[in-house]
Design a binder for this molecule. Structure first.
Ligand code: URA
Length: 215
């Protein structure tokens, strides 16, 4: 119960949880939330990270991509998806007709989990209010969750990505589509498996474009 009260207090402090509460200066808001992230000590990941990775992109993007958490390269530079997985994501974004700066990219946790392990439930719970607030401020047209853990942490579910990829969910009134994490594609062992996974991700992205009205 005490923990719940603490969590609710934190949501209130950062203004998250009330999607209809808008301020007239959304850019100011996103900078403010990203500044809060840069001093966060809500879980122990801040002790081992090199840099906070709040996320980046534009306001009111057509698409918000959500990954699991920063990897080594992202941790070194403080930017999301700039390693190998990021380069593949860049190609997907380009093929969808966007540039990286046209959309927004963020993660469930803003600090790198040591050794790139999956964030724990507690770490994700500690960090999620930031992402929720980012979503409220950014107002993306569509949210794309990259991989199982981003999908399950955001939807508070235990789904399989194989079953749910490409399906339409609702996150606080915003359409959400889960797809494969780019690392999953990069880790396929055969050319055939790689092509299949890429094609399936592309199918999912076409659904995203349809939702936006660009397909
Ligand atoms: N993988 C993620 O989930 N996020 C990043 O920012 C980079 C790699």
């Amino acid at each position: 119960m005490n923990q719940l009260v603490e969590v609710l207090k934190f949501y209130k402090e950062i203004g998250a949880g009330f999607i209809e509460t808008r301020t007239p200066d959304p850019l100011g808001d996103i900078e403010e939330i990203n500044r809060l992230i840069m001093t966060c000590t809500r879980c122990s990941l801040h002790k081992t990270k090199k840099n906070y990775v709040p996320g980046e992109g534009r306001m009111r993007p057509d698409i918000l991509f959500v990954g699991e958490g920063p990897g080594e390269t992202e941790d070194n530079f403080g930017k999301p998806f700039i390693g190998n997985a990021g380069q593949l994501l860049d190609r997907v974004i380009e093929r969808m007709g966007y540039r990286r700066e046209d959309i927004y990219i963020a993660n469930i946790v803003k600090c790198r989990p040591p050794g790139n392990r999956e964030p724990s439930r507690d770490e994700a719970d500690a960090c999620l209010p930031y992402l929720i607030r980012q979503i409220e401020i950014l107002k993306p047209k569509v949210i794309v969750c990259l991989g199982r853990s981003a999908m399950n942490f955001l939807l508070n579910s235990e789904y399989s990505i194989m079953e749910k990829r490409g399906q339409l969910f609702d996150f606080k009134g915003i359409p959400l589509i889960p797809t494969f994490h780019p690392s999953y594609i990069l880790h396929q062992k055969t050319k055939e498996a790689t092509s299949k996974a890429k094609w399936e991700m592309w199918e999912d992205m076409q659904k995203v474009l349809q939702l936006i009205g660009k397909n």
